[in-house]
Design a protein around this ligand. Sequence first.
Ligand code: FEO
Length: 174
Amino acid sequence: MLNEKVQNALNEQINMELGAFYTYLSMAAHFEADGLKGFSAWTRHHAEEEMVHAMKLYDFVHHRRGRVLLTAIAPPKTDWQSPLAAFEDALHHEEKVTAAINALVDLARTERDHATESFLQWFVDEQVEEEEIVVDAIQKLKRVQDFAPGLYMLDRELAEQAGAEGEETEGEAE
Ligand code: FEO
């Protein structure tokens, strides 16, 4: 059974993951409107991953006989000056998620909640990957800058990445 402090913190994390879902989906809509289909596919795929993160937490709270309490999600930003600005925002967001996950692990340790601490290890590892892929995109965007052919190539690369990761996710689900 979850204690109240841990349950509240897990509920806050669910809200944060749903907030990330909203942010990436808003980026996808922005890129779609801008005609950058690859950027749109990549951020949309990433939004779906954030929903998976939220649902992992949702299920865990129930497995521990806790209560999920959903709260309001802040409206996401809707426009960015450039793909680079959007990905820099994404990195900032991921760093906040990483800090929140680390604080959750600290709380689980303080509360001697070993099951929650063990469960959260997946998120600790996932955040390393999350930050890495966003940093990778930022580095490429900085190299490309406003050079249209470079941006077009990156758009295609991100479309391929989103397609490959989508197939992997489907494979795992089977
Ligand atoms: Fe679920 Fe990208 O953090």
